[in-house]
Design a protein around this ligand. Structure first.
Ligand SMILES: *Cc1c(COP(=O)(O)O)cnc(C)c1O
Length: 400
């Protein structure tokens, strides 16, 4: 039987699909083909001397699953391989990954610059909780490079962004921001949740750390919560240290589900991108639609940049209907197949009215700045037959 080390060594030059299916796999003496699920909180030692050596760190090996778990480790090694990272550490959710990164690198008096249109809970975490610890955040539009630069102060420690943004698909120039971060000696962190490493590799473009909500496309079927932080070992070790102390560890069961999800990651992301492109082009032709936001459309302001730094345009798009809230709600309420939910990254297509749900806590001025109008609808395009998705939207689009 091939040992885990042999498998990994022969993957040094492997492509994305091979890594997504095989990286990090370790086999027990049972010779299982599918990854084993190690559902155990702790581990036994052969004798007292071994226990002492494991606890002191003199001997590598498992002690307790808040520190290490073989199934979680396989997930971490696999996602690190996919992102081109030296190391990765898994967390209980995407928010736990973001919090753990902030706790590892920020202290009272520090400042960070964050893209304005990040995931709503990220804004809450920074504004309500990090601020309470004396860490201040400045929010800037993701595309405004000059403003990113202007916003950096002597106490700035970290730049954080999501690209493409949700829901308007604005695209950040990762390479330019990485140069800025290097010149200013600040950490540059990218939330790569919407693209996944199948479509975008921020570390190769100069980012220091990549964060994921594994809950979304890494799972791909809406089953489990999880997160991960990837990057150079010296940085990931700092995050790992916080996670071991504070406890937002990934459950081995969830890691096992994500491993199964990763096997089809590239296939799914390409299929999401194909469906989203077809839907975006079709929506542009609908008389009831005023404007479509999808970086795969040649007239989208981020199209060229996205075409350069992404392998595909992803599954999330949004559009404005002619009219206001009433018309947008009518389109949403007329669907029979699409799921009305704020989640994304699922095989099932989801539809949501951002102004009254995901972005409902923004005031009118903030909504205006972020383009969250009452007639805006976001669709996270799933893997159903595209004709069925179109027909489902047509019920409402022909009725308004
Ligand atoms: C969902 C999401 C998060 C938070 O992840 P959870 O797993 O829900 O905690 C962070 N960033 C982005 C872009 C997301 O979509």
């Amino acid at each position: 039987m091939k040992a885990a080390d042999d498998i990994d060594n022969s993957l040094a030059e492997a492509g994305l699909d091979t890594l997504a299916i095989r990286a990090g796999q370790r086999r027990s003496a049972e010779g299982e083909h599918s990854e084993a699920l190690f559902l155990t909180s702790s581990y036994v030692f052969a004798n007292a001397a071994e226990a002492a050596a494991r606890f002191s760190g003199d001997q590598p090996g498992n002690v307790y699953s808040r520190y290490t778990n073989p199934t979680v480790r396989t997930f971490e090694e696999r996602i690190a391989a996919l992102e081109g990272a030296e190391q990765a550490v898994a967390t209980s959710s995407g928010m736990a990954a973001i919090l753990s990164t902030c706790m590892a690198f920020l202290k009272s008096g520090d400042h960070l610059v964050c893209s304005r249109d990040v995931f709503g809970t990220t804004t809450v975490l920074l504004n309500k909780y990090l601020s309470k610890m004396g860490v201040e955040t400045t929010f800037v539009p993701v595309t405004d490079l000059a403003l990113w630069k202007q916003s950096i102060r002597p106490e700035t420690k970290l730049l954080f962004l999501e690209t493409p943004s949700n829901p308007l698909c604005e695209v950040a120039d990762i390479t330019a921001l990485a140069e800025l971060a290097r010149a200013e000696d600040v950490l540059f962190v990218v939330d790569n949740c919407l693209c996944t490493p199948a479509l975008q590799k921020p570390l190769a473009l100069g980012a220091d750390l990549v964060i994921h909500s594994a809950t979304k496309y890494l799972d791909g079927q809406g089953r489990c919560l999880g997160g991960v932080v990837c990057g150079r070992s010296e940085l990931v070790d700092e995050v790992l240290s916080f996670i071991r102390s504070a406890g937002p560890t990934m459950s081995p069961f969830n890691a096992w589900v994500f491993l199964k999800g990763l096997e089809t990651l590239r296939l799914r992301m390409d299929a999401h991108s194909v469906n989203a492109q077809l839907l975006a082009e079709w929506l542009q032709r609908q008389p009831a639609v005023e404007q479509v936001f999808y970086a795969g459309l040649p007239d989208h302001p981020g199209h060229q940049l996205a075409a350069r730094q992404q392998r595909g345009f992803g599954g999330v798009l949004s559009f404005r209907v002619r009219g206001g809230r009433e018309q947008a709600w009518k389109v949403i309420d007329s669907t029979r197949i699409l799921s009305l939910t704020a989640n994304l990254g699922d095989a099932k297509t989801t539809i949501v009215h951002p102004a009254t749900t995901t972005h409902g806590r923004l005031n009118d001025q903030q909504k205006k700045a972020s383009g969250i109008t009452e007639n805006l609808i976001r669709v996270a395009v799933g893997l159903e037959d595209i004709e069925d998705i179109k027909n489902d939207l047509l019920h409402g689009l022909t009725a308004i």
